[in-house]
Design a protein around this ligand. Sequence first.
Ligand code: BG6
Length: 491
Amino acid sequence: MAEKTEYRCDLIMFGALGDLAQRKLFPALYQLERAKLLAAETRILALARDRLDTAAVRAKLEQSIRHHVPREDMEEDILEQLLGHVDYMCFDFSDTDSYEHLNRWREKGGGALIVYMATPPSIYGMIARNLRHRGCCDGSTRVVVEKPIGHDLASSKVINDQLADVFNESQLFRIDHYLGKETVQNLIALRFANNLFATQWNQNHISHVEITVAESVGIEGRWGYFDKAGQMRDMIQNHLLQLLCLIAMDPPSDLSADSIRDEKVKVLKVLRPITPDLMETHLVRGQYTAGTSEGRPVPGYQEEEGVSPGSTTETFVALKAEIQNWRWSGVPFYIRTGKRLPEKLSQIIIHFKPAPHYIFDPDQKHLANNKLIIRLQPDEGMELQILTKDQGLDKGMRLRQGPLELAFSEAFSTSRIPDAYERLLWEVMKGNQYLFVRRDEVEHAWRWVDQIMTHWEDQTERPKRYAAGTWGPVASIAMITRDGRSWYENA
Ligand code: BG6
């Protein structure tokens, strides 16, 4: 690892008292401090509208770090060290004059300037303009922005244009926090460091792919945002399509940000549009009704606090994506994601085709083919399901299905699995964009999602109902069953 002083930085955080900063960013900064990855000279300027002083803000941050960092990771001296890096300014983001204070704060610094906009995307443009107007940024400033970048292609272009007015693409770090998850990065290692998989990774050997990102939580206080977005915009347009790209892309020529992102864009460009004639067979949208979650009764979406009855926003999507290229011709990617499903579970399953000529007991032909299961959460790991001979003299050549398993937490028990935001903040400090989303990726993803949304909006049909605590509408099971397959946990 390079000397930590190489990554000395001045971090200005807009929206530093908001939910994201409190829940994710400061706990992540604490862990970076604990891992000795923050240079001693690191300076963090927290900005928010609240009339507080630095001492009060440090006390507030201390509370949220204690709340969000596991007790066993809490070290008093580290916490004190981190809080020592933090200054606070009560700041009106729209007041151009206030930005002058940032220049004064910078005078005492010296590291790379990182601006983190932990604010609603609607004000990214305004902040960027004010930064430029007051000369608070230059060609070396790095800018971190969060999703959602727009609501559709047109609105994402507006936000991207506003940012591009002030910054070059090489300065922009668009977060999709799924890219910071350890297993997601491991996908790159798995695919491109193991020739075993490289040669099998195509339509000759793979029959289909499943991607499930299930959450047991409901909307819980986020209705204002969620009802306008829905699961398609909230999860598919970004996280799920990013996972699909990492599984489907061709090998990049190296690990540079642009080589990887060029390959991902190629996949997005050849996703078959889900046109109205395919809606019936390729797409299911659902909305949860009252049910049970983790053993307790929970209300339906229509009864959540703040929701206007009659909302047709989808809380579940299942779809069949097809990638129109040589590698993936005829290999469907079944994708599903939803709120209020039975458990929090994210996994990718690569289903391999059967051996070309079967020589074992015909009674066992039904045994599943090889599967590679990549678990993102809750317990990160990979499992390769293989067939072996059952042990024992009396078993003859009976086959048995079993896993070759790698559970990261057991295999690498000395190290904790870092949260996605730790990795992402660290990469910003290093100036490495490979885990961030480029403008054309965002826009191609929106283009594909937009055509689906347009047809949905024209439809009068309501989303299909599913009871909270179940795996989504029956139609999502029918969608995959029609192709003679089943979702993994329903198998
Ligand atoms: C966010 C979505 O991007 O991802 C949320 O807006 C969702 O609705 C969350 O709950 C899921 O992230 P994770 O890391 O908990 O799977």
